[in-house]
Ligand binder design. Structure first.
Ligand SMILES: N[C@@H](CCC(=O)N[C@@H](CS)C(=O)NCC(=O)O)C(=O)O
Length: 225
């Protein structure tokens, strides 16, 4: 990759996290820019950079990219993590899209519930993960009989599944207890690029804390379609 991609987002775990994971797993260096104030974000809007008025935004290869799935699709293809042909690519897209639904509940829905509903919402997300999403991925691995979700090569679908598993374990350490194949799959966290990303001090963001939530709630018109 020629120049380093530059990522623009708020300081905290959100949609950009998926992009961070993908680039980190691919071993691509990037620059991580944060907005600390509403004004910095509005400046991007005023300068006409945000087509749909929202972030995140990635500058790469002379382009300014927006929209999570589009950005991820481009980066995955560029980093050779999107399968060997169109059939593998559409399989990867199906798995990653399904998985994004789960992760969005964890990072963009439950944390923003009012205090009296937050805990209940996290419990519900964990339940959904255990009863719906993880059984699906367990079955995919069982039927596919490979170390990876698609083909026999590490792909963007694997990166995202590991991300979702670790996010789930932050909420419930025993989330994988009924999923033996997912437990084995989790060993991909030993891939050197991923291992590095999981070390303290990497660009990986912690779950949204109350300070960051307060910032978002008072500064942003958060819309999560
Ligand atoms: N469809 C867009 C949604 C982007 C989005 O909802 N961005 C939020 C942060 S995750 C945002 O910019 N919120 C600020 C606002 O709307 O004022 C994508 O996938 O990138």
């Amino acid at each position: 990759m020629a120049a380093k991609p530059k990522l623009y987002y708020f300081r905290g775990r959100g949609r950009k996290e998926f992009v961070l994971w993908l680039l980190a797993a691919a071993g691509v260096e990037f620059e991580d820019e944060f907005f600390e104030t509403r004004e910095q974000y509005e400046k991007l809007q005023k300068d006409g950079h945000l087509h749909f008025g929202q972030v995140h935004l990635v500058k790469i290869d002379g382009m300014v990219l927006m929209q999570t799935r589009a950005i991820l699709g481009y980066l995955a293809a560029k980093c050779d993590l999107s399968g060997k042909d169109l059939k593998e690519r559409v399989g990867i897209n199906m798995y990653t899209d399904g998985n994004l639904d789960l992760m969005m509940m964890m990072i963009a829905v439950a944390p923003f519930e009012p205090p009296n509903k937050k805990e209940e919402s996290f419990v519900l997300v964990v339940k959904k993960a255990k009863t719906h999403y993880l059984p699906i991925f367990e079955k995919i691995l069982k039927d596919h009989r490979e170390d990876f979700l698609i083909g026999n090569k590490f792909s963007w679908a694997d990166v995202q599944l590991l991300e979702a598993i670790l996010m789930g374990e932050e909420l419930d350490a025993s989330v994988l207890s009924d999923f033996p194949l997912l437990k084995v799959f989790k060993h991909i966290s030993n891939i050197p690029t991923i291992k590095k990303f999981l070390q303290p001090g990497s660009p990986k963001k912690p779950p949204r804390d109350s300070h960051y939530l307060n910032f978002e709630e008072s500064n942003l018109t958060i819309k999560y379609p």
